[in-house]
Design a protein around this ligand. Structure first.
Ligand code: GDP
Length: 470
């Protein structure tokens, strides 16, 4: 504050004494107090709106080295379909339950933590395994080590190569897990030589890549894999400062009928606590509950911990960054500023694309029906996108302007209005306020709970577009 007012700390402290406040240099001041002193000096106080959460990364620098402690590594398992990623994640998860940790009943939240040799390891456990690529595309880097699963009886496949290229491009170290070694047709040497051609030469052959043979199904070699993960994590020297406010990344999010917006986040730095005010993607909230996949409740989550949180205003997206704010008002403003910035970008993109489609219409006569798609879970979006992509009625197509998880919001309606789109809600609905906004903006909202009805109606609408206008 002293710096902003261009006075010395001593002068500021004296002024505070003038207000009857005894303060020290590192004390947090209430906004009113700062305003009072500034006003006295003829200076106006304005709220700074931080819209760029990446600025938080720059603050990394201010972590005092003596506050930095070891944090648990965050692992993503990648590999070709059917090579055993899900089974491996399951058997690692089960190894924990056997060792007698709380509960035993697990619930899928998108990430979990196991303890091994007195250390914790965090696994990202998302369906589809597209998360890593998707999040990386959005700039989030929430993996320290990639475990590349290759089935010993099937060998290196296109998706194996794709996965290792993604891992390499993001500079994340790779451990190769040769899976299904229980099978008589297993041929680990085959895998090693095929991957050596891609710069993943095994340590045993003089290279630097750790390989471990496992059977996810028979639960063989799992301990060995976890040992190797910890050795590599040690080399990576992963550190965080539990003393500061938390920041991290969203792994999964959805709208729960009872609990409202729910998100699984991984705390990457700092400590997240119940009651913390956070900005998360384009929304904000105050942490109401935190729990892990064993339904264990947390009051605070340390760096590296994955937790499911509630208390959010809206559903964020996988890959969104969150950070803790001191002031709820500033958090709300920041979320709103971020959301309207996003809206502007969307509208700009949309304007460009509707121009494009106009030109397209002149070129080859193709026309589009613009849609804003909102669903209760990410899976439905993917499914619907796939189905809508396939619809083509004599060159007339459906075009998804925006899609997301969560209730239909004002932003959705405004976007729909700007792009002449219809809003489709699948298992979600608008609030009364949003409904009346849509009416006033002449935006059509259509609600569904059966997928095929959506595609049916879209096809009908496209056919309608074909009908001559009199
Ligand atoms: P994902 O597509 O990579 O997630 O693969 P899954 O985990 O779904 O596994 C595909 C199939 O391989 C399933 O039928 C598993 O039971 C089987 N499988 C996975 N791991 C092993 C293993 O270690 N040994 C054998 N014999 N089968 C396995």
């Amino acid at each position: 504050v002293a710096e902003a007012l261009d006075i010395s700390n001593a002068v500021l402290i004296k002024k505070l004494m003038g207000l009857g406040m005894m303060t020290s240099v590192n004390q947090v001041l209430e906004r009113d107090v700062v305003e009072l002193i500034a006003m006295d000096m003829g200076i106006e106080v304005k709220d700074e709106v931080i819209t760029d959460l990446t600025r938080y990364d720059e603050m990394e620098i201010i972590d005092d080295p003596k506050d930095l402690v070891k944090r648990s590594p965050i692992i993503t398992i990648m590999g070709h379909v059917d090579h055993g990623k899900t089974t491996l994640l399951d058997s690692i998860r089960k190894s924990r339950v056997v060792t007698g940790e709380a509960g035993g009943i697990t619930q899928h939240i998108g990430a979990y933590q196991v303890e091994h040799g007195g250390e914790k390891i965090t696994f990202i456990d998302t369906p589809g395994h597209a998360a890593f690529t998707e999040m990386r595309a959005r700039g989030a880097k929430v993996t320290d080590i990639v475990v590349l699963v290759v089935a010993a009886d099937d060998g290196v496949k296109p998706q194996t190569i794709e996965a290792l290229q993604h891992a390499k491009a993001s500079g994340v170290p790779i451990i190769v897990a040769i899976n299904k070694i229980d099978k008589p047709t297993a041929n680990p040497d085959n895998v090693m030589s095929a991957l050596s051609a891609h710069d993943l030469t095994p340590e045993a052959w003089g290279g630097t890549t750790p390989y471990v043979e496992v059977s996810a199904l028979k639960r063989l070699g799992i301990d060995n894999l976890l040992d190797i993960i910890l050795v590599l994590a040690e080399v990576e020297d992963l550190k965080a400062n539990p003393k500061r406010d938390a920041m991290g990344t969203v792994i999964e999010a959805y709208l729960d009928k009872g609990r409202g917006p729910v998100a699984t986040v991984i705390v990457e730095n700092g400590t997240l606590r119940i009651g913390d005010i956070i900005v998360i993607g384009n929304t904000f909230g105050r942490i109401r509950t935190m729990n892990d996949d064993l339904k264990k409740r947390y009051d605070e989550a340390l760096p590296g911990t994955p937790v499911e949180i509630t208390g959010l205003d809206q559903v964020p997206q996988a890959g969104d960054i969150f950070m803790v704010f001191k002031d709820e008002r500033v958090a709300r403003q920041t979320a709103e500023a971020r959301s309207s910035k996003l809206k502007e970008t969307y509208i700009k993109q949309q304007k460009a694309s509707s121009l494009e489609s106009m030109f397209g219409a002149q070129d080859d006569g193709e026309k589009v029906l613009n849609l804003v798609l909102k669903c209760d879970v990410q899976g439905s979006i993917e499914a619907l996108k796939g189905m809508l992509d396939k619809i083509d009625v004599d060159g007339f197509k459906a075009n998804i302007v925006r899609s997301g998880v969560g209730g239909i919001s004002e932003t959705d309606v405004q976007l729909a209005s700007a792009s002449g789109a219809v809003v489709i809600g699948f298992n979600v609905r608008p609030t009364a306020a949003v409904k009346s906004l849509a009416e006033s903006m002449n935006v059509e909202i259509r609600l569904y709970n059966v997928v095929y009805r959506i595609t049916e109606d879209i096809e009908k609408a496209l056919k309608g577009m074909l009908e001559p206008v009199f």
